[in-house]
Design a protein. Structure first.
Length: 224
């Protein structure tokens, strides 16, 4: 059973990454009718929503490394997203600005995720280490600590899902309302954002399967 779960995990991650990569490659080659760059779309949305204290900067982290930093109030956009005027560029830029809009209005799930973040960071650092040591040394306490760490990560990922979906919904509304895309382009924008969101779903499923896999290993060892 453990091997089947492991194979399933690999397949899910491969599918999610392939889905995102293929969607991105498709929509980065599809220019918008209004030819607005991602950075300009992001700035326009912020201005139209009365937000003037958030900066838009190019990120040097590589492809699709886009993120919003609420501590510095900075939307970081990868070069392709920042400088180009494709469906992918304006969609991803609007999504990240969607997080800035959430932060400005105090969106509930963000506050909850921020409270969980410190403990989740510790769990991410110690969870798999505890599981590995617990398995090779047969110390059940360490194994259970690692499992609880994974459960905390799973809960954090679960809280993250509505945040990401909400940011994408906001992105579509803002893109249309501010004349950045036309009705004929909405479907393509939604598909691009859906592919990006699926990576978060895949990550959650992977964590759940890993918890199940470790529990099965623990149960097998206890029976032996």
């Amino acid at each position: 059973m453990d091997y089947f779960i492991w194979i399933f995990i690999i397949v899910i991650m491969m599918i999610s990454q392939s889905f995102l990569s293929s969607s991105y490659q498709k929509y980065r080659k599809m220019p918008t009718l209004h030819q607005m760059r991602g950075c300009d779309a992001a700035k326009l949305i912020l201005e139209r929503n009365g937000i003037y204290d958030v900066s838009i900067v190019p990120s040097n982290r590589g492809t699709l490394s886009d993120y919003y930093d609420p501590t510095k109030k900075v939307v970081n956009l990868s070069s392709d997203i920042y400088y180009n005027s494709s469906i992918a560029s304006v969609s991803v830029a609007a999504h990240e600005v969607g997080h800035a809009l959430q932060h400005a209005e105090g969106y509930g799930f963000i506050a909850l995720r921020n409270k969980m973040l410190p403990a989740t960071q510790i769990a991410s650092q110690l969870g798999w280490v505890s599981i590995f040591i617990g398995l090779i040394s047969n110390i059940d306490f360490l194994l259970m600590f690692g499992i609880f760490a994974l459960i905390l990560i799973m809960l954090f990922q679960l809280v993250t899902l509505p945040i990401e979906f909400n940011a994408s919904s906001r992105a579509i509304v803002q893109l249309k309302a501010n004349g950045i895309i036309e009705d004929s382009e909405i479907s393509s924008s939604k598909k691009m954002l859906r592919a990006a969101a699926f990576t978060y779903v895949a990550a959650l499923i992977t964590t759940v399967l890993n918890i199940l896999r470790i529990l099965l290993i623990r149960g097998s060892r206890n029976r032996d």
